[in-house]
Design a protein around this ligand. Structure first.
Ligand SMILES: [Zn+2]
Length: 784
């Protein structure tokens, strides 16, 4: 797996029935490259026998043509045609997307490999789990096995190169016109998911085609490009809330646990042309260091190859970190994750970007040569053709570099299995528990079942104890659920069951906090409100692995009833992911609702139509702009007339201001050097005298805090604190928090009486990415 100097690069071009093989001697400096030698030889007859459709012949244009995007139907037509024409490609439909489109994967390999996929899957399973191997079988499995590579593309639908690049890659692999393509096919099984979000291909594509030639050309669509999650759809890799995540996890990751995931994305336009790992710090401490090293090695080999081939603007060790399991299923399941992020244009519309308009990315500056940005992109026009070219080159570099060392990849894959099932892993600075115990007697049975289901869905084995289990000073009864750390994905289970201590990173000593790429906490027992304890020392005695639990059905007092007329507010412009996750929770719980916009609010007489209005998290300025003074007055009249108004996270600041509520946000205008919590789980005390507080059953009451407000009550005759941060000490339970004393004694949730109705202010996201099961009851209680 080490990065080796390549003796030569071979590139081939199909040309009128012959193959031109261009072999160029590669030397360290590209400027001294020798001129290419050209060798002609005939194409094998078999390749001319069954014509392979070009992408252009099916979608009607060359992938990478300015101002051209395919529909999902065209993409599926192409893969269907390729499946028919090429014995190297086998396309399957894994299910229907959220909005009903087919979700595809193309298996690509040698025909003899595709004909024996199940045999190769068995080899892969045995390499993954040493318990399945016969003694002495390991070497033979490594000799016979294939390198399994999962390519996931265009999960983010405005990153439109990712819709086209899979077509170019599939075409190149199906033709296999070069020795390196043939080596890739001989060594690998490639699972190509052309879009991880097919609905978005059309949501973005339809908007793009409709606005071509107008001032809106190249802008994003007004709606979320994933029905529920929008851009958050790649933050679902441990919660499994979305259909699309489940197809890839259930049908590809779980049966195969690939050695490599190539995840194709795009970034902003104005810094480097492409990011390739190594990532920046921090590293989630439970990730096997073999995978971190493998990611660094393969990523470095890719950028080395791309730069040798003349690509410029290649950044590494920049922008993206290796922390949250929400974005990196593979790194928690034996696979390196190679995220590439290519610079964007305006969808498929080119942009002109002179060098002096380029600027810094995180960890480098696109105007300076540094070790992690060794060759400058000179600036100029940048369009969809460039994006597809970079993405294709990076993916190809990955496939070729990995295939060169198939054996090394399989050896280290088997090593990880031996380690996970052998002595406990030796990485990290703290001693590891031997197990986690989850007692069956929990206040919220649904949450317990959902926790077990969520762990099992990520391939975690769960057993039951045969006797009492001691954890700390507590003894749990026989028959409790037990998660042994010594199991194939024990380190992943540990990451989800323990509390995170995000490192205290700053831009410079004494400077502002270094923003994490995403959020900093993922502790499921706190998010679900379930009691879980770590067992240190010898693992408890258990019997066998319990069978996979059927997915628990969500229920609430409002489920399957039309007892209350509920509206969820969204602005008609400015898509909101929090609105999407709110709808997800309501849909999953089968609680009927109506979506309303500022036009419905302006129409007034809201009490005639609704009993409650929910305002999901959105920037207060955006809400104020959309609603205006008349909207504020209509919402005030709705509450005065007996309505319930619920405001989540930042929307609570808007509602406080608009309705002149006797509540103050003490974090308003506070600098990030004085207070910072960019996605953390905080502990709260519950006012059980409040009917809302009475809904909380979590053993450790906690809220999801993400740049949220904290309240001081100005007039306690009308406002009551439902949840309060502790009066002293640090509220942080998991993640990262700077300036903890500012929260002491402040309210996290307030119920304000006004007229005949009330306003409920949530200073957190009670429905955060479908995971805060412990705070869902606070939503239902306010709607009753
Ligand atoms: Zn992306």
């Amino acid at each position: 797996m080490s990065v080796r100097r390549r003796a030569f690069v071979a590139r081939c071009v199909a040309h009128a029935g012959t193959l031109l093989v261009v072999a160029a001697a590669t030397v360290a400096a590209q400027s001294t490259k020798e001129p290419p030698r050209v060798v002609e030889r005939p194409l094998p007859a078999q390749r001319t026998a069954a014509p392979i459709p070009t992408p252009a012949s099916v979608i009607g244009f060359e992938p990478g043509t300015d101002r051209k995007l395919p529909t999902w139907k065209q993409v599926t037509d192409y893969f269907t045609a390729l499946d028919k024409a090429s014995p190297r490609v086998s396309v399957r439909t894994l299910g229907k997307t959220t909005l009903g489109r087919p979700f595809l994967v193309a298996f690509i390999s040698e025909p003899s490999t595709l004909a024996n996929l199940d045999r190769y899957r068995q080899i892969q399973r045995k390499l993954m789990d040493p318990r399945l191997r016969a003694p002495g079988e390991r070497e033979k499995l490594i000799a016979d096995g294939k390198l399994v590579v999962l390519i996931t593309s265009s999960i983010h639908s405005t990153e439109v190169g990712g819709i086209l690049t899979p077509l170019v890659l599939a075409d190149r692999l199906a033709r296999a016109e070069t020795p390196e393509a043939r080596q890739v096919l001989a060594s690998s099984i490639i699972m190509l998911v052309p879009s991880q979000n097919p609905d978005g291909v059309d949501i973005v594509g339809n908007h793009y085609r409709a606005t071509l030639g107008t001032p809106e050309e190249g802008t994003g669509p007004p709606d979320l490009y994933h029905h529920y999650a929008g851009h958050d759809n790649n933050r679902d890799w441990y919660a499994f809330a979305l259909n699309e995540t489940r197809y890839t996890v259930d049908s590809l990751y779980t049966p195969w646990d690939p050695q490599i995931n190539n995840d194709i994305h795009q970034q902003g336009a104005n810094a480097g042309r492409i990011f390739i790992p190594p990532y920046m710090d921090p590293v989630e401490p439970n990730i096997d260091p073999i995978l971190t090293a493998g990611t660094n090695s393969l990523g470095s080999a890719m950028s080395w190859r791309m730069i040798s081939d003349g690509f410029t603007g290649v950044a590494t060790n920049a922008s993206y970190d290796q922390w949250s399991p929400a974005r990196q299923y593979s790194l928690n399941h034996r696979g390196v994750r190679i995220l590439t992020e290519t610079a964007s244009a305006r969808l498929a519309t080119p942009i002109d970007l002179p060098f002096d308009r380029l600027g810094p990315g995180r960890g480098y500056d696109a105007r300076e040569v540094t070790w992690n940005y060794p060759v400058l992109w000179p600036g100029g026009t940048w369009g969809i053709g460039d994006i597809v070219k970079y993405q294709t080159a990076a993916s190809w570099a990955l496939l070729v570099e990995a295939a060169r060392d198939r054996q090394g990849w399989l050896e280290s894959y088997a090593d990880m299995g031996d380690r996970a099932l052998g002595t406990l892993p030796a990485w990290g600075k703290d001693p590891w528990p031997s197990a986690f115990v989850i007692p069956k007697a929990q206040a919220d049975t649904q949450a317990l079942q959902r926790l077990v289901w969520t762990l099992q869905h990520g391939q975690v084995e769960i057993r039951q104890s045969t006797g009492p289990v001691s954890a700390g000073s507590t003894s749990y009864p026989a028959g409790s659920y037990v998660v042994l750390v010594r199991q194939p994905f024990g380190a992943y289970a540990k990451a989800l069951l323990e509390r995170q201590r995000y490192p205290d990173l700053h831009e410079y000593p004494g400077g502002p906090p270094k923003a994490p790429y995403d959020v900093t906490a993922h502790t499921l027992p706190l998010l679900f409100g379930v009691d879980v304890a770590a067992v240190m020392g010898d693992p408890p005695a258990t019997d066998g692995i319990i069978p996979a639990m059927a997915e628990p059905r969500f229920t609430s007092p409002l489920s399957d009833r039309r007892a209350r007329r509920i509206a969820i507010f969204r602005t008609s412009r400015g898509e909101s992911m929090d609105d999407g996750w709110t709808r997800w929770v309501f849909d999953k719980y089968r609680v009927p609702f109506t979506t309303i916009t500022e036009k419905d609010v302006a129409a007034g007489a809201l009490n005639e139509k609704f009993d409650a209005i929910v305002v999901p998290d959105q920037a207060p300025a955006q809400l104020a702009r959309a609603l205006g003074d008349a909207g504020d007055a209509a919402l005030g009249a709705f509450v005065d007339g007996g309505g319930s108004l619920l405001a989540f996270n930042d929307a609570s600041a808007f509602v406080t201001e608009a309705l002149k509520l006797p509540v103050k946000n003490v974090l308003e205008g506070v600098k990030n050097t004085d207070f910072y919590a960019p996605g953390s789980i905080l502990g709260v005390e519950v006012n059980k005298a409040s009917p809302l507080g009475a809904a909380v059953t979590a053993p450790v009451p906690a809220v999801w805090f993400e740049d949220s407000p904290a309240f001081e009550i100005v007039d306690s005759t009308s406002a009551t604190a439902v949840l309060t941060y502790p009066a002293s000490g640090n509220a942080l339970l998991s993640g990262w928090l700077l300036g903890a004393p500012r929260l002491n004694g402040k309210a996290a949730m307030v119920d304000v009486k006004r007229g005949r109705g009330h306003v409920v202010l949530y200073g957190f996201r009670p429905q955060y990415r479908a995971q805060s099961n412990s705070t869902f009851p606070l939503i239902w209680a306010a709607l009753k």
